[in-house]
Design a protein around this ligand. Structure first.
Ligand SMILES: Cc1cc2nc3c(=O)[nH]c(=O)nc-3n(C[C@H](O)[C@H](O)[C@H](O)COP(=O)(O)O)c2cc1C
Length: 371
Protein backbone atom coordinates (compact mmCIF):
# COMPACT_ATOMS: atom_id res chain seq x y z
CA UNK A 1 0.00 0.00 0.00
CA UNK A 2 1.22 3.50 -0.72
CA UNK A 3 1.93 5.93 2.07
CA UNK A 4 0.31 8.87 0.20
CA UNK A 5 -2.29 9.39 2.94
CA UNK A 6 0.51 10.53 5.24
CA UNK A 7 1.39 13.42 2.96
CA UNK A 8 -1.94 15.17 2.73
CA UNK A 9 -2.00 18.49 4.59
CA UNK A 10 -4.17 18.74 7.69
CA UNK A 11 -5.40 21.41 10.06
CA UNK A 12 -5.18 20.64 13.79
CA UNK A 13 -7.12 23.50 15.34
CA UNK A 14 -5.07 26.59 14.47
CA UNK A 15 -2.05 24.53 13.41
CA UNK A 16 -1.71 24.02 9.64
CA UNK A 17 0.41 20.94 8.93
CA UNK A 18 1.87 20.16 5.49
CA UNK A 19 1.85 16.41 6.25
CA UNK A 20 0.57 13.94 8.85
CA UNK A 21 3.88 12.58 10.07
CA UNK A 22 4.20 13.80 13.65
CA UNK A 23 7.37 13.59 15.73
CA UNK A 24 6.33 12.04 19.06
CA UNK A 25 7.77 13.55 22.24
CA UNK A 26 11.13 11.96 23.05
CA UNK A 27 13.03 12.66 26.24
CA UNK A 28 16.68 12.67 25.19
CA UNK A 29 18.27 14.32 28.23
CA UNK A 30 20.63 16.71 26.43
CA UNK A 31 19.69 19.85 28.37
CA UNK A 32 22.16 21.31 30.89
CA UNK A 33 22.32 19.95 34.44
CA UNK A 34 20.25 23.01 35.33
CA UNK A 35 17.57 21.79 32.86
CA UNK A 36 18.21 24.58 30.33
CA UNK A 37 17.82 23.67 26.60
CA UNK A 38 21.02 23.85 24.56
CA UNK A 39 22.20 24.73 21.04
CA UNK A 40 22.74 20.99 20.48
CA UNK A 41 19.02 20.44 21.05
CA UNK A 42 18.25 23.16 18.51
CA UNK A 43 20.37 21.27 15.98
CA UNK A 44 18.57 18.00 16.67
CA UNK A 45 15.09 19.46 16.27
CA UNK A 46 16.10 21.45 13.17
CA UNK A 47 17.23 18.20 11.50
CA UNK A 48 13.67 16.83 11.91
CA UNK A 49 11.68 19.99 11.09
CA UNK A 50 10.12 18.78 7.84
CA UNK A 51 7.57 16.64 9.67
CA UNK A 52 4.01 17.94 10.05
CA UNK A 53 4.49 18.82 13.72
CA UNK A 54 7.19 18.28 16.33
CA UNK A 55 6.01 17.58 19.86
CA UNK A 56 8.92 18.55 22.11
CA UNK A 57 10.36 16.18 24.66
CA UNK A 58 8.57 16.33 28.02
CA UNK A 59 9.34 19.71 29.62
CA UNK A 60 8.80 20.27 33.34
CA UNK A 61 6.64 23.20 34.43
CA UNK A 62 7.86 23.16 38.04
CA UNK A 63 11.03 22.06 39.88
CA UNK A 64 8.97 19.67 42.07
CA UNK A 65 7.82 17.90 38.91
CA UNK A 66 11.32 17.46 37.50
CA UNK A 67 12.83 14.04 38.13
CA UNK A 68 14.97 13.37 35.09
CA UNK A 69 18.69 14.06 34.80
CA UNK A 70 19.26 16.73 32.11
CA UNK A 71 15.65 16.85 30.90
CA UNK A 72 14.53 20.40 30.10
CA UNK A 73 12.25 22.66 32.11
CA UNK A 74 10.30 25.81 31.29
CA UNK A 75 9.85 27.55 34.63
CA UNK A 76 12.56 30.23 34.45
CA UNK A 77 13.92 32.87 32.07
CA UNK A 78 17.08 30.90 31.16
CA UNK A 79 14.91 27.98 30.07
CA UNK A 80 12.71 30.24 27.97
CA UNK A 81 15.84 31.66 26.31
CA UNK A 82 17.18 28.13 25.72
CA UNK A 83 13.91 27.01 24.13
CA UNK A 84 14.01 30.13 21.92
CA UNK A 85 17.12 28.65 20.24
CA UNK A 86 15.09 25.53 19.44
CA UNK A 87 11.90 27.22 18.20
CA UNK A 88 13.88 29.68 16.05
CA UNK A 89 15.85 26.82 14.47
CA UNK A 90 12.69 24.82 13.75
CA UNK A 91 10.88 27.82 12.29
CA UNK A 92 13.89 28.83 10.16
CA UNK A 93 13.76 25.32 8.69
CA UNK A 94 10.05 25.71 7.91
CA UNK A 95 8.72 23.57 10.78
CA UNK A 96 6.23 23.76 13.63
CA UNK A 97 6.79 22.74 17.26
CA UNK A 98 4.62 22.50 20.38
CA UNK A 99 5.95 22.15 23.94
CA UNK A 100 4.94 19.08 25.92
CA UNK A 101 4.14 20.35 29.42
CA UNK A 102 5.09 17.85 32.11
CA UNK A 103 5.03 17.18 35.84
CA UNK A 104 6.19 13.78 37.04
CA UNK A 105 4.36 13.79 40.37
CA UNK A 106 5.02 10.58 42.30
CA UNK A 107 7.67 9.46 39.78
CA UNK A 108 10.16 12.12 40.96
CA UNK A 109 12.95 10.65 43.10
CA UNK A 110 13.80 12.70 46.23
CA UNK A 111 17.36 12.92 44.83
CA UNK A 112 16.13 15.51 42.31
CA UNK A 113 14.27 17.76 44.77
CA UNK A 114 16.69 18.24 47.62
CA UNK A 115 15.57 15.14 49.50
CA UNK A 116 11.90 16.19 49.68
CA UNK A 117 9.14 13.64 49.30
CA UNK A 118 7.54 13.89 45.84
CA UNK A 119 3.86 14.80 45.51
CA UNK A 120 0.99 12.74 44.12
CA UNK A 121 -2.75 12.17 44.42
CA UNK A 122 -2.42 9.38 47.02
CA UNK A 123 0.38 7.85 49.07
CA UNK A 124 0.97 5.01 46.62
CA UNK A 125 4.38 4.53 44.97
CA UNK A 126 4.86 3.98 41.25
CA UNK A 127 6.00 0.47 40.34
CA UNK A 128 9.57 -0.11 39.32
CA UNK A 129 12.64 2.08 39.25
CA UNK A 130 14.04 5.00 37.34
CA UNK A 131 17.23 6.89 36.57
CA UNK A 132 18.80 8.71 39.49
CA UNK A 133 20.99 11.79 38.92
CA UNK A 134 24.58 11.20 37.90
CA UNK A 135 26.82 11.23 40.99
CA UNK A 136 29.62 13.84 40.82
CA UNK A 137 32.68 12.47 39.02
CA UNK A 138 30.80 9.46 37.64
CA UNK A 139 31.99 8.84 34.06
CA UNK A 140 30.07 5.65 33.26
CA UNK A 141 27.67 5.65 30.33
CA UNK A 142 24.56 4.63 32.22
CA UNK A 143 22.91 6.36 35.14
CA UNK A 144 22.27 4.59 38.45
CA UNK A 145 18.71 3.28 38.98
CA UNK A 146 16.56 3.69 42.12
CA UNK A 147 13.04 2.54 43.02
CA UNK A 148 10.12 5.00 43.10
CA UNK A 149 9.06 6.18 46.56
CA UNK A 150 5.73 6.76 48.28
CA UNK A 151 4.58 10.33 47.51
CA UNK A 152 3.01 12.82 49.88
CA UNK A 153 -0.73 13.15 49.28
CA UNK A 154 -1.32 16.60 47.79
CA UNK A 155 -3.49 19.07 49.67
CA UNK A 156 -5.56 21.72 47.93
CA UNK A 157 -2.74 24.27 48.15
CA UNK A 158 -0.46 21.81 46.30
CA UNK A 159 -3.14 21.32 43.63
CA UNK A 160 -3.64 25.07 43.16
CA UNK A 161 0.14 25.53 42.81
CA UNK A 162 0.29 22.71 40.25
CA UNK A 163 -2.51 24.25 38.15
CA UNK A 164 -0.77 27.64 38.31
CA UNK A 165 2.54 26.06 37.27
CA UNK A 166 0.90 24.54 34.18
CA UNK A 167 -0.61 27.93 33.28
CA UNK A 168 2.74 29.68 33.73
CA UNK A 169 4.55 26.93 31.81
CA UNK A 170 2.11 27.40 28.93
CA UNK A 171 2.62 31.17 28.94
CA UNK A 172 6.41 30.66 29.06
CA UNK A 173 6.21 28.23 26.13
CA UNK A 174 4.44 30.84 24.01
CA UNK A 175 7.02 33.45 25.10
CA UNK A 176 9.72 31.01 23.93
CA UNK A 177 8.19 30.93 20.46
CA UNK A 178 6.38 27.58 20.48
CA UNK A 179 3.39 27.22 18.14
CA UNK A 180 1.32 25.71 20.92
CA UNK A 181 1.46 23.30 23.85
CA UNK A 182 0.67 19.67 24.50
CA UNK A 183 -0.56 18.86 28.00
CA UNK A 184 1.10 15.60 29.07
CA UNK A 185 -1.74 13.50 30.43
CA UNK A 186 -0.11 10.15 29.63
CA UNK A 187 2.46 7.59 30.78
CA UNK A 188 1.90 7.59 34.53
CA UNK A 189 2.83 11.22 35.21
CA UNK A 190 0.84 13.50 37.51
CA UNK A 191 -2.29 14.10 35.42
CA UNK A 192 -2.52 10.39 34.58
CA UNK A 193 -2.00 9.63 38.30
CA UNK A 194 -5.13 11.64 39.10
CA UNK A 195 -7.15 10.27 36.16
CA UNK A 196 -6.71 6.56 36.89
CA UNK A 197 -8.47 4.65 39.62
CA UNK A 198 -5.46 2.59 40.69
CA UNK A 199 -3.23 5.56 41.58
CA UNK A 200 -5.97 7.94 42.76
CA UNK A 201 -7.54 6.81 46.04
CA UNK A 202 -8.57 10.26 47.26
CA UNK A 203 -11.72 10.81 49.25
CA UNK A 204 -12.15 14.50 48.34
CA UNK A 205 -13.47 16.23 45.20
CA UNK A 206 -10.38 15.14 43.21
CA UNK A 207 -10.85 11.38 43.66
CA UNK A 208 -13.38 8.59 43.72
CA UNK A 209 -15.87 9.06 40.86
CA UNK A 210 -14.65 9.46 37.29
CA UNK A 211 -15.91 13.06 37.32
CA UNK A 212 -13.78 13.78 40.39
CA UNK A 213 -10.69 12.08 38.94
CA UNK A 214 -11.12 14.28 35.83
CA UNK A 215 -11.16 17.46 37.92
CA UNK A 216 -7.41 18.14 37.95
CA UNK A 217 -7.21 17.77 34.16
CA UNK A 218 -10.24 20.05 33.82
CA UNK A 219 -8.65 22.74 36.00
CA UNK A 220 -5.29 22.49 34.23
CA UNK A 221 -6.89 22.64 30.78
CA UNK A 222 -8.97 25.64 31.78
CA UNK A 223 -5.93 27.44 33.21
CA UNK A 224 -3.79 26.67 30.15
CA UNK A 225 -6.62 27.74 27.82
CA UNK A 226 -6.65 31.12 29.59
CA UNK A 227 -3.03 31.63 28.44
CA UNK A 228 -2.93 29.86 25.04
CA UNK A 229 -5.74 29.77 22.50
CA UNK A 230 -7.42 26.33 22.60
CA UNK A 231 -6.75 25.75 18.89
CA UNK A 232 -3.06 25.58 19.87
CA UNK A 233 -3.47 23.11 22.74
CA UNK A 234 -3.26 19.33 22.45
CA UNK A 235 -3.61 16.63 25.08
CA UNK A 236 -1.63 13.39 25.23
CA UNK A 237 -3.24 10.36 26.90
CA UNK A 238 -2.59 6.66 27.45
CA UNK A 239 -5.83 5.47 29.06
CA UNK A 240 -5.13 1.75 28.70
CA UNK A 241 -1.52 1.79 29.91
CA UNK A 242 -0.67 -0.12 33.07
CA UNK A 243 3.04 0.66 33.11
CA UNK A 244 4.64 1.98 36.33
CA UNK A 245 1.76 0.71 38.44
CA UNK A 246 -0.97 2.54 36.55
CA UNK A 247 -4.39 1.14 35.66
CA UNK A 248 -8.03 2.10 35.45
CA UNK A 249 -11.19 0.14 36.19
CA UNK A 250 -12.81 1.34 32.97
CA UNK A 251 -10.44 2.85 30.38
CA UNK A 252 -13.25 3.17 27.81
CA UNK A 253 -15.34 5.39 30.08
CA UNK A 254 -12.21 7.36 30.99
CA UNK A 255 -11.41 7.94 27.31
CA UNK A 256 -14.95 9.04 26.56
CA UNK A 257 -14.87 11.55 29.44
CA UNK A 258 -11.50 12.90 28.26
CA UNK A 259 -12.89 13.26 24.74
CA UNK A 260 -15.86 15.24 26.09
CA UNK A 261 -13.51 17.54 28.00
CA UNK A 262 -11.42 18.21 24.88
CA UNK A 263 -14.60 18.85 22.90
CA UNK A 264 -15.80 21.30 25.54
CA UNK A 265 -12.59 23.32 25.47
CA UNK A 266 -12.19 23.05 21.68
CA UNK A 267 -8.67 21.60 21.83
CA UNK A 268 -6.65 21.22 18.63
CA UNK A 269 -6.01 17.49 18.98
CA UNK A 270 -5.86 14.42 21.17
CA UNK A 271 -2.64 12.42 21.00
CA UNK A 272 -3.53 8.84 21.86
CA UNK A 273 -0.98 6.20 22.74
CA UNK A 274 -2.76 3.00 21.84
CA UNK A 275 -0.11 0.79 20.39
CA UNK A 276 -0.74 -1.57 17.55
CA UNK A 277 2.25 -3.72 18.55
CA UNK A 278 4.89 -1.43 19.88
CA UNK A 279 6.87 -3.28 22.48
CA UNK A 280 6.83 0.10 24.23
CA UNK A 281 3.50 -0.69 25.86
CA UNK A 282 1.28 -3.74 25.52
CA UNK A 283 -1.48 -3.75 22.94
CA UNK A 284 -4.67 -3.03 24.91
CA UNK A 285 -7.29 -5.74 25.09
CA UNK A 286 -10.09 -3.21 24.60
CA UNK A 287 -9.00 -0.30 22.41
CA UNK A 288 -10.58 3.02 23.38
CA UNK A 289 -10.40 4.82 20.03
CA UNK A 290 -14.12 4.38 19.30
CA UNK A 291 -15.02 5.90 22.68
CA UNK A 292 -12.88 8.96 21.93
CA UNK A 293 -14.52 9.41 18.53
CA UNK A 294 -17.93 9.23 20.21
CA UNK A 295 -17.24 12.32 22.32
CA UNK A 296 -14.60 14.34 20.44
CA UNK A 297 -14.97 15.75 16.93
CA UNK A 298 -11.41 17.10 16.56
CA UNK A 299 -8.27 15.49 15.19
CA UNK A 300 -6.78 12.38 16.77
CA UNK A 301 -3.10 11.56 16.47
CA UNK A 302 -2.43 7.88 17.13
CA UNK A 303 0.91 6.55 18.36
CA UNK A 304 2.60 3.30 19.17
CA UNK A 305 4.48 0.89 16.93
CA UNK A 306 3.59 2.33 13.53
CA UNK A 307 5.57 2.13 10.32
CA UNK A 308 4.74 4.02 7.12
CA UNK A 309 2.31 1.43 5.78
CA UNK A 310 0.36 0.82 8.99
CA UNK A 311 0.22 4.58 9.56
CA UNK A 312 -1.24 5.27 6.11
CA UNK A 313 -3.69 2.39 6.52
CA UNK A 314 -4.93 3.76 9.87
CA UNK A 315 -5.55 7.19 8.36
CA UNK A 316 -7.24 5.70 5.30
CA UNK A 317 -9.56 3.68 7.58
CA UNK A 318 -10.54 6.78 9.58
CA UNK A 319 -8.74 5.45 12.67
CA UNK A 320 -6.65 8.62 13.01
CA UNK A 321 -6.07 11.96 11.30
CA UNK A 322 -2.29 11.77 11.78
CA UNK A 323 0.28 9.37 13.23
CA UNK A 324 3.20 10.12 15.49
CA UNK A 325 6.48 8.24 15.37
CA UNK A 326 8.83 8.03 18.32
CA UNK A 327 11.71 5.61 18.03
CA UNK A 328 11.95 5.86 14.22
CA UNK A 329 12.76 9.56 14.57
CA UNK A 330 15.82 8.83 16.72
CA UNK A 331 17.90 7.26 13.93
CA UNK A 332 16.12 8.81 10.92
CA UNK A 333 16.35 12.61 10.88
CA UNK A 334 14.92 12.40 7.34
CA UNK A 335 12.08 10.06 8.35
CA UNK A 336 9.55 12.04 6.30
CA UNK A 337 11.50 11.51 3.11
CA UNK A 338 12.17 7.85 3.89
CA UNK A 339 8.46 7.19 4.43
CA UNK A 340 7.49 9.09 1.29
CA UNK A 341 10.01 7.30 -0.92
CA UNK A 342 9.80 3.90 0.76
CA UNK A 343 13.49 4.00 1.73
CA UNK A 344 14.86 1.66 4.42
CA UNK A 345 14.81 2.89 8.02
CA UNK A 346 17.97 3.01 10.16
CA UNK A 347 18.03 1.37 13.60
CA UNK A 348 18.60 3.53 16.67
CA UNK A 349 21.34 2.73 19.14
CA UNK A 350 19.19 2.84 22.29
CA UNK A 351 22.29 2.99 24.54
CA UNK A 352 22.31 6.70 23.68
CA UNK A 353 18.56 7.27 23.90
CA UNK A 354 18.75 9.00 27.28
CA UNK A 355 22.46 9.69 27.78
CA UNK A 356 25.35 11.26 25.95
CA UNK A 357 25.77 14.45 24.03
CA UNK A 358 26.14 14.70 20.23
CA UNK A 359 26.80 10.97 19.89
CA UNK A 360 23.67 8.95 19.11
CA UNK A 361 21.75 12.23 18.92
CA UNK A 362 22.63 14.56 16.05
CA UNK A 363 25.06 12.24 14.22
CA UNK A 364 22.56 9.95 12.45
CA UNK A 365 23.05 10.57 8.71
CA UNK A 366 20.34 11.21 6.15
CA UNK A 367 19.75 8.37 3.72
CA UNK A 368 22.14 8.12 0.84
CA UNK A 369 22.17 5.69 -2.05
CA UNK A 370 25.86 5.08 -1.37
CA UNK A 371 25.00 3.79 2.13
C1 LIG B 1 13.73 7.52 24.24
C2 LIG B 1 12.26 7.76 24.47
C3 LIG B 1 11.84 8.91 25.11
C4 LIG B 1 10.47 9.18 25.28
N1 LIG B 1 10.08 10.35 25.86
C5 LIG B 1 8.77 10.68 25.93
C6 LIG B 1 8.35 11.96 26.41
O1 LIG B 1 9.17 12.83 26.75
N2 LIG B 1 7.02 12.21 26.47
C7 LIG B 1 6.08 11.29 26.08
O2 LIG B 1 4.88 11.56 26.15
N3 LIG B 1 6.46 10.07 25.59
C8 LIG B 1 7.76 9.77 25.50
N4 LIG B 1 8.15 8.56 24.96
C9 LIG B 1 7.14 7.70 24.33
C10 LIG B 1 7.07 7.99 22.82
O3 LIG B 1 6.57 9.30 22.57
C11 LIG B 1 6.15 6.99 22.10
O4 LIG B 1 4.88 7.00 22.73
C12 LIG B 1 6.72 5.57 22.11
O5 LIG B 1 8.07 5.56 21.71
C13 LIG B 1 5.91 4.64 21.21
O6 LIG B 1 5.92 5.14 19.86
P1 LIG B 1 6.90 4.46 18.74
O7 LIG B 1 6.47 3.02 18.66
O8 LIG B 1 6.62 5.22 17.46
O9 LIG B 1 8.29 4.60 19.21
C14 LIG B 1 9.50 8.25 24.82
C15 LIG B 1 9.94 7.07 24.22
C16 LIG B 1 11.29 6.82 24.03
C17 LIG B 1 11.70 5.55 23.33
Amino acid sequence: MSTDMLFRPIQLGKLALPNRVIMAPLTRARASEGHVPTALMADYYRQRADCGLIVSEATAVDPLGMGWYRAPGIWNADMVAGWRLVTDAVHAAGGRIVAQLWHMGRLVLPDYIGGQQPIGPSPIAGEGETFAPRPPGDESLFLPMKPYVVPREMDHGDIDRLVAAYAQGAANAMAAGFDGVEIHGANGYIIDQFLKSRSNRRGDGYGGSLGNRMRLLREITEAVAARVEPGRIGLRISPTSERKGMGDDDPGALAQAIGALCEHFGLAYIHLIEPIASGFMDMPEHPVMARLRASYSGAIIQNGGFDGETAAAFIAAGQAEAISFGRHFIANPDLVRRLREGLPLAEANMDFAYVGDARGYVDYPEWSAAG
